[in-house]
Design a protein around this ligand. Structure first.
Ligand SMILES: [Zn+2]
Ligand SMILES: [Zn+2]
Length: 292
C-alpha cells in the first residue's frame, strides 16, 4: 500500500542485551520478566517509504515482534516482510536476527542487504548471507535502497570497538528532514575528531540532521559495578548533555536510544528523564513515529 510520505517507527531503544537482560536479577529486569509491556527490544528502526515498502535498520533477535510493532505503528493490521535491510555494524545485538530471514522463518530470497564490505565479510563468515542480495555501501555516498522509496541512506563511519567489522551511523534523508541513527560509538572526542568537528551540534549541522537518535547506553560511570566500563566504551548521557547544553532555536531534535538495562532514562518518570526533557531533548520510546 502506497503512503504519502516517508515515516520512521522506533522499534527498539535498548542496548544489545535488551530488557530484561539474560540472567539479570535487577529490579527493572525482574519487573520486565513479569510484565511484557515493560520489555524493551534492542535498538532498531523501520522506515515506510513513499512506495509503501518497509525498510528495516538492524536485525535483532526480537525481529518478529519488531516488524509487528512496525505494522501497528504505521497503522497496519498485517505484518510486512522487510523490502530492504541495512545494518550499522556486526556486534551480535545488531545482527542476531539475520537467521530469521532464512528458511527456518521468513524464507525470503534476494532481499537487498545494505552493509559495508567488512560487515558483509562477517555475514558470509557466519553463513547468514543466503537470503540476501548483499549490496556493499561505500561510506559517505548516498544510496537509494529501493525504487520510488523517497529517501536515501548515507553510511557515516564512527569509531567503535571494531573487533569484527567497522561501524557506521546511518543518515536517512527524507523529502523534508534528515534523521541520524547512531546507536553505538566509543566517544564524542573520537567521533568529532574523526570529522574535525568542534562540537556535537556543529557536527550534526554539518550533516544536515534534523532529528538525531544517539547512543545513550549509560547515564553515568556508576552503572556497571564490578565491571570495567572501559571494556564497553560509550559516551555517557550525562557528558553528552553537558556538551550539548539546552536546546536552542535551530538545533536538531535529539533523542537517546540504545539504553542499557541499568539506565535510569528507561523510567519515563525518573529525575534523569525529566532533566533530559527540561533541557529540550528526549528519550526515544518504542512505537513512536517520525515524519521525514
Ligand atoms: Zn549496540
Ligand atoms: Zn537488569
Amino acid at each position: 500500500m502506497a503512503s504519502e510520505g516517508v515515516r520512521v517507527a522506533i522499534l527498539g531503544i535498548a542496548q544489545d542485551g535488551g530488557v530484561p537482560q539474560a540472567g539479570c536479577n535487577c529490579e527493572r529486569c525482574l519487573e520486565a520478566q513479569r510484565d511484557p509491556v515493560l520489555r524493551l527490544y534492542p535498538s532498531s528502526i523501520a522506515i515506510q517509504g513513499k512506495e509503501g515498502g518497509l525498510h528495516l535498520i538492524e536485525a535483532t533477535r526480537d525481529i518478529s515482534q519488531q516488524i509487528w510493532m512496525a505494522a501497528t505503528s504505521f497503522g497496519n493490521d498485517i505484518v510486512s516482510i522487510p523490502r530492504t535491510l541495512c545494518i550499522t555494524h556486526s556486534h551480535l545485538g545488531h545482527i542476531d536476527g539475520l537467521g530469521q530471514f532464512g528458511k527456518e522463518a521468513m524464507g525470503v530470497d534476494s532481499i537487498p542487504l545494505l552493509v559495508s564490505s567488512k560487515v558483509r565479510n562477517v555475514v558470509h563468515s557466519r553463513d547468514l548471507g543466503s537470503p540476501f542480495d548483499v549490496k556493499i555501501v561505500e561510506s559517505n555516498s548516498p544510496v537509494v535502497p529501493s525504487e520510488r522509496c523517497g529517501f536515501d541512506y548515507t553510511m557515516v563511519p564512527v569509531p567503535h570497538r571494531d573487533e569484527h567489522s567497522d561501524t557506521h551511523a546511518i543518515l536517512i534523508r527524507g523529502p523534508a528532514r534528515t534523521m541520524l541513527f547512531l546507536p553505538d560509538h566509543d566517544s564524542w572526542s573520537q567521533t568529532l575528531g574523526h570529522y574535525g568537528a568542534k562540537d556535537v551540534k556543529g557536527w550534526l549541522r554539518s550533516l544536515g540532521v534534523g532529528i538525531a537518535l544517539i547512543d545513550g547506553t549509560f547515564w553515568d560511570g556508576d552503572e556497571l559495578p564490578g565491571r570495567d566500563m572501559s571494556q564497553v566504551p560509550h559516551p555517557l548521557v550525562s557528558e553528552t548533555l553537558e556538551m550539548i547544553g539546552c536546546r536552542e532555536e535551530g538545533d536538531p531534535e535529539i533523542y537517546f536510544i540504545h539504553l542499557n538495562h541499568t539506565n535510569p532514562l528507561i523510567d519515563k518518570e525518573s529525575v534523569q528523564s525529566t532533566q533530559v526533557e527540561e533541557m529540550g531533548w528526549g528519550v526515544a520510546r518504542q512505537s513512536c513515529v517520525f515524519e521525514l
